[in-house]
Write a new protein. Structure first.
Length: 210
C-alpha cells in the first residue's frame, strides 16, 4: 500500500487531491487539518484529525506527506509544516497533474505541485515545495527557487531566474532573462521588464516597485 497524507484541507487541497487522483499512484489518501473536525470529508476523502496525529499516521504506514496549504505572498506556514513533516520522517512526492506538459529534461524538486495544463519547457529547474499552478508557463532554462508560487496563468519566459519564497500573481509575465530576488511579490497581471531585488513588491505594466 502506498499511503499519502495531505496536510491542509482548504481550496488548494482540492486542486492537489484532484491531480493526485488522476495520477493513480496512491492506494490510500487521508487529510489532516486543525480547523476541520475529524470525520468530515473533502471530495470523498476523510479528514482524520489535526496535525497532532501525524506521528501516529506515520507509524500506521503513511510514509508520504504533501503540504496542501497554499501561499499568497508569505510561505512561512508552508515552510513550518515541511519542517515538521521532515522531523517525523515523511517522504515528499511530486504531484503533477497528467494534463501538464513537462519536458523530460526538466528537474522538479520534492514536494512540488504542478497544476492542470501547466507547461515546464526544456531544462527548467523547479525547486522543492513549489506551486506551479493551473496554466502557468515556465519557459526553457528558467529556474524557480524553493517554496515559490507561480500563480494561475503566470508566464516566465526563457532563462528567467526566480528566487526562493517568491509569489508571481495570476497572469503576470517575466520577460526573457529576468532575475527576481528571494521573497519578492509580483502582482497579478504585472509585466516585469527589469530585474527585481529581493523582498520587494512589483505591480503594473511595465512593473514598478511599490
Amino acid at each position: 500500500m502506498k499511503r499519502l497524507i495531505l496536510v491542509g484541507g482548504g481550496g488548494h487541497c482540492k486542486s492537489v487531491l484532484d491531480a493526485t487522483l488522476a495520477m493513480h499512484e496512491f492506494d490510500d489518501i487521508v487529510i489532516t487539518d486543525p480547523d476541520i473536525p475529524a470525520g468530515n470529508e473533502i471530495m470523498g476523502y476523510k479528514v482524520v484529525g489535526s496535525d497532532e496525529i501525524l506521528p501516529e499516521l506515520k507509524e500506521k504506514g503513511y510514509h508520504y506527506a504533501f503540504v496542501t496549504v497554499g501561499s499568497i505572498k508569505n510561505t512561512l506556514v508552508r515552510r513550518e509544516l515541511v519542517n515538521k513533516l521532515e522531523s517525523i520522517g515523511f517522504q515528499f512526492p511530486v504531484i503533477c497533474d497528467p494534463s501538464a506538459i513537462v519536458s523530460p529534461t526538466a528537474i522538479i524538486g520534492k514536494g512540488t505541485f504542478i497544476g492542470k495544463r501547466a507547461v515546464l519547457n526544456s531544462e527548467v529547474k523547479v525547486g522543492e515545495h513549489c506551486i506551479i499552478n493551473t496554466g502557468a508557463i515556465i519557459e526553457h532554462e528558467s529556474v524557480v527557487g524553493d517554496y515559490t508560487h507561480v500563480s494561475i496563468g503566470a508566464i516566465a519566459c526563457g532563462n528567467c531566474n526566480i528566487g526562493k519564497n517568491c509569489f508571481l500573481g495570476a497572469g503576470s509575465t517575466l520577460i526573457q532573462g529576468i532575475r527576481v530576488g528571494d521573497g519578492s511579490v509580483v502582482g497579478a497581471g504585472a509585466a516585469v521588464t527589469q530585474e527585481l531585488s529581493g523582498e520587494c513588491t512589483a505591480v503594473g505594466v511595465p512593473a514598478h516597485v511599490c
